[in-house]
Design a protein around this ligand. Structure first.
Ligand SMILES: Cc1cc2nc3c(=O)[nH]c(=O)nc-3n(C[C@H](O)[C@H](O)[C@H](O)COP(=O)(O)O)c2cc1C
Length: 300
């Protein structure tokens, strides 16, 4: 059986990645990430960011709302202090970058050029500080420019990570025209939680982003539309807690999947999902992902 997946010239041993922002040093200590397709590091900005005031995570009946606010030590601090430990883990490492304005993305990508990361996931779900907080990933021209700029200086895989957009043809095409090697989606869905006793929000910052099982059907919808609209490999993200969830994205036509919130619940979830996919393929006599995808009756 062959669970491998390919993006450009890079072969991943299986299609399971840990999503950006959802694993830390502890996760790496408790799990064998060398069994996974790879990991995507938390998004870094050019300068260090303290992030949003607490509380930063609020649990809902079927997922979590986070309001981390991209807290990170800045790209230089990350590359010198945190990345070496992650690269030591004998797995494919993809670095996530988040610019506060368009020009920052190029500088961020450049900072990883001489490192051992395999790829850059360009987080296009963050607000453009210069443009009063408009989300980069909602504007085709901006997406194209950012991806083109990153592509022009980076030899690594370039993955465009998109926000949840239902009709995403223009955005997906912009990422493809800009030279992306793959598209990943979705990031969290904007969300609020209120406390009726205090009258305040349950999370710091101005609202947050919903993730976890609640968003899986929305993610499947967005991923399906992206697959219809591009020839690039698409990486499905959103609400994956089991091998069955991952298989749903693969059946749609996704090349790979990312697991985020699931890691907060169970640090070993990635390994369990890989094992579950293996067991399912074995039981069904399926040899590889392409053969499994031929079972789909969806029109693409
Ligand atoms: C606590 C937390 C932090 C996150 N941080 C990032 C981040 O730094 N960069 C990013 O692109 N996505 C970030 N995400 C979004 C996830 O990578 C993922 O796209 C989203 O949560 C949906 O997947 P899930 O339902 O499996 O969590 C974060 C999500 C959570 C829950």
């Amino acid at each position: 059986m062959d669970l491998s997946s390919k993006i450009r010239d890079v072969k991943f041993k299986n299609p399971v990645l840990l999503a950006s922002g959802c694993f830390g040093r502890d996760t790496l200590r408790f799990t064998d990430v060398s069994e996974l397709g790879g990991v995507i590091t938390k998004s870094v900005t050019l300068k260090p960011r303290e992030g949003n005031p607490p509380p930063r995570i609020f649990e809902t009946p079927c997922g979590v709302i986070n309001s981390i606010g991209l807290a990170n030590p800045g790209v230089d601090g990350f590359v010198s202090d945190e990345l070496p430990e992650i690269l030591f883990c004998d797995t494919n490492v993809i670095a996530s970058i988040a610019g506060e304005d368009i020009a920052e993305y190029t500088e961020l990508a450049r900072a990883f050029e001489q490192t051992g990361v395999l790829g850059i996931e360009v987080n296009l779900s963050c607000p453009n500080v210069e443009k009063g907080g408009l989300v980069f990933g909602k504007h085709p021209g901006t997406v194209r420019k950012i991806i083109e700029d990153v592509r022009s200086i980076s030899s690594k895989l370039v993955i465009a990570k998109l926000p949840p957009l239902f009709e995403n043809k223009a955005i997906v095409s912009a990422a493809e025209d800009g030279g992306a090697d793959a598209i990943s989606l979705i990031n969290t869905i904007p969300a609020l939680a209120l406390n009726i006793d205090t009258g305040e929000l349950e999370i710091g910052g101005v609202g947050g982003g919903l993730s976890g099982p609640a968003i899986k059907p929305v993610a499947l919808y967005c991923v399906y539309n992206a697959i219809k609209n591009t020839n690039l490999p698409v990486i499905g993200v959103g609400g994956i807690m089991t091998a069955k969830d991952a298989l749903e994205f693969l059946l749609l036509g996704a090349s790979m999947v990312e697991i985020g919130t699931g890691v907060l619940v169970d640090p070993k979830i990635g390994n369990k999902v890989v094992k579950g996919i293996e067991e399912y393929f074995k039981k069904e006599g399926i040899k590889n992902i392409a053969e499994f995808q031929r079972r789909s009756r969806l029109e693409l």
